[in-house]
Design a protein around this ligand. Sequence first.
Ligand SMILES: [Zn+2]
Length: 436
Amino acid sequence: MNNDSLLKRIESKRDEVVALTQDLVRIPTTNPPGDAYEACARLLGERLAKRGFAVEYIRATGAPGDRDSHPRINVVARYEGQPGGECVHFNSHIDVVEAGSGWSSDPFGADIRDGKVYGRGTCDMKGGLASSVIACEAILEEGLPFAGALEISGTVDEESGGFAGVGYLAERGYFTKPRVHHVIIPEPLGVDRICLGHRGVWWGEVETLGRIAHGSMPFLGDSAINHMSAFIHLLETQLQPRLSQRHTAEPVEPPGARVSTLNINSLHGGQVEQLFSMDALNRPTGDLPSPVVAHSCRAVLDRRFIAEENLEAVKAEIVAMLDELKCSRPGFNYGIKDIMSFVPTATPKDAPVVLATARAIARVLGREASYISSPGTYDQKHIVRTAKLDACIAYGPGILNLAHQPDEYVGIQELVDSAKIMALAALSLTQGTRAP
Ligand SMILES: [Zn+2]
């Protein structure tokens, strides 16, 4: 079967994929705090229910962030084909980050200019979601026989870790065989690139301890901030140079991320920040600080590690530096906490979902797919770790560098092309015609 008619049908849906992208973008699902999730989930669920999908709304009760003012509502839609086949699941997050400033048009207006749809979430990743919906609808409208099932989900909170979204669903079996066999996440990695996985991450908090005293007589106390600065000095002069020499064989994009990295995410020492400001006469107004020697200083570390490293060694390396300071620096004392961690993932290049997508890219675009890995994690981490499903890729329209930026956009041609590619890949996986 050459599926020419399927591709023509998707071509004729150009206006429809644009309209759906616009409808989704016009619902400002900003996270935090997690606005309008239900409206967005319903838009998707009601549309798919009309086309014969069985639709479930799943509120992540008790998960981080879920509360009555901002319920974490996910939608999962499933269309059963003939029995005996496998299920292809398209998972998109419906949350977007705040619009921020610097926009040349309304960030939730979804205006069209020069063949692009502009707005917060166009590229990351409501455009990809729209493409996956159009892909599945076109397969059904063509009446093409397939065995197995097609699923589409819209999930929350990816931008804040996905614990009330894919993480919550994965714990409840939504991404586990025999329900689901292949997952495609339409994140904006580029229309001809297949993302196989991501680097690992360890988030931790280091606290240095001191002794409080009057700030006018600091020699009577012991400053936790001075201790922290000694630790940060070691991070900068020893650890970061060492990390930049550790190269990975994985095709991480951008290439600058093909090494291990450490970012000091935040730093806080001493008394709670006093939010004073200056009035018109340049006098401080509001709460003013009082003089104390800091008895505590906390730094949040964001350590990204490569497939060639392991989590235990990543943490041990930091603990060793702290222990060294404890020996060499009088009064140095510290605490360390794990905030969260995920190990690197990489779906094998010969997994059926990779092969099917690569074939579809070659067919639609007339060029070979390229393979990449992501510097940061995304919802694949939950699918691999919790659902134990390694047949997962990220593939979708849009330019990753535009994500979270002002004037974010997605190209209309890319929406159409990626819908064609998703449709061919899904059809091939559900028909079991997987030979390259
Ligand atoms: Zn995203």
